[in-house]
Ligand binder design. Sequence first.
Ligand code: FAD
Length: 561
Amino acid sequence: MSLIQVKVPDIGDFQDVEVIEVICKEGQTVAVEDSLITLESDKATIDVPSPQSGTIRKIKIRTGDKVSEGSLILELETTGDSAAEQQKPSEAVDQFTDTKPSTAIASPTSDSFSGSADMSCDVLVLGAGPGGYTAAFRAADLGQKVVLVERYKRIGGVCLNVGCIPSKALLHAAKIIAETKEMNEHGISFGKPIIDIDKLRDWKDGIISQLTGGLKHMAKQRKVEVVTGFGEFVDEHHLCAICNNENKTTINFKHAVIAAGSQPVKLPFLPNDPRIIDSTGSLELAKIPKNLLVIGGGIIGLEMATVYQRPFQKRISKQYDNIWLETRVTKVEALKKGLKVHFEGKNAPKKPQMFDSILSSVGRAPNGLNVGAENAGVEVDENGFIATDTQMRTNVSHIFAIGDLVGQPMLAHKASHEAKVAAEVISGMKSFFDARTVPSVAYTDPEVAWTGITEEEAKTQGIAYGKGSFPWAASGRSLSLGRSEGMTKVLFDEDTKRVIGVGIVGPNAGDLIAEGTLAIEMGCDANDIGSTIHPHPTLSETVAFAAEAYEGTITDLYIPD
Ligand SMILES: Cc1cc2nc3c(=O)[nH]c(=O)nc-3n(C[C@H](O)[C@H](O)[C@H](O)COP(=O)(O)OP(=O)(O)OC[C@H]3O[C@@H](n4cnc5c(N)ncnc54)[C@H](O)[C@@H]3O)c2cc1C
């Protein structure tokens, strides 16, 4: 008995022909020449027959898909008896052994890999970030035998080890410093903070250990085998993981999920100097520099600037000594007394400036070019991104890609949602990544969060929109937190009246934005939000008040006609 991939055979001069019917079902037994699917072009309707008898295990297409010669239709477990005679050697059928868990397995079909594999699995996941571990865990929960390959000893990827979690721990520390200072103005004074950097680092590292330890435990509970090593594809069914440049493990897989993430972009002109760090270096908290230049004003740059800011004056523009927009760093000289930085641009300082340290935060590059994807026939663009369809399939139908390396936004929650889709599709479910929006949050002070489209985007796209805004200066909850600068804005499509975008600035905006995302997914209108009773006094009321402002039913503000 073996598992074969049934593909669209040579159907003449047809490209992108529509599947108008999937005749067969998973689990169904078919005989040779039984019709599997019906295709329809503008010239003909064609039934694709089964090349062998057997049981259909997984159907890989659905009605409405467009297919061409070679497109994968389904996986068929053939019956051993007459299959050999019945099968016509055809380019439309790829055969591979239905591998059972064992220690050494021959690789019968690989062109380029002729050795034996050390392990075999249903699903190989490369990279153990939020994309990779979610894919691995979901696939295991759906009954797949999963191997997870990660180059580092600790799983969790950028997010848990050097990204979302440690940055939020340090942002929390910065927030406490800021809030205690602010309470001075309201009658409660604390002393100047004494920062024990070693203790602070231990606390942050403890959170990482707790979370990554939890993941390790959950991998064990799910029987997900974690292999430590740098993984590269050898061919389209094998990956080799190399640990410490010597221990090689070759893994045979039926399906793979590439979840190798991204890495910080390096500016070519920056000298190699320990005082120049990236986000990972800045989270290590080696020391707190007296002055720090942050190159790059994206979310990560802003968050790290918030962590390292000098305690503390007023809100954002006053938190930093200077914000130079439309300014380019052109040269950095590593001198003994400091880093001499040259600038160019509209708002650039006239003379070079000296800094103790530089945090380079100019974006992240996907790791698609570093995984041997070409050996498996997976297409990677020149920037390292891997294109997928909405089921997270690459151009090689049994290899999937998710997370940072499939495109923007490079966010952990996007990666984990894509991961579930990939694992479910591999397991035969009809899942798609069809989220209407992916929310974004800058955990600065104040936090900035948005979901759906912005006003600028609505204008560019010619969408007729209306908006409701609520200034937090009118929110009792915000004022009782000592904050008055926040704003909640909700955009509505004037035709459908549905929410199309939400923007929130203020403390905890990142938590509040989830309601906006749910509203967009559910197709809510202003009345749905305004009529939903929000607890008082909370910041969440500002979302309802913004909807009421759009509807004209608000009583917590006076808006003249
Ligand atoms: C400072 C910082 C703060 C951030 N804050 C947030 C935030 O608040 N919210 C948010 O949503 N996102 C945040 N992000 C982004 C978030 O971390 C990423 O979007 C997310 O980690 C992407 O997940 P991923 O699974 O695609 O890849 P990654 O997390 O990058 O994981 C990929 C894994 O693959 C491994 N790997 C790569 N190549 C190989 C190979 N050849 N062999 C073996 N293993 C390999 C890597 O070691 C890594 O562990 C932040 C990022 C940074 C840097």
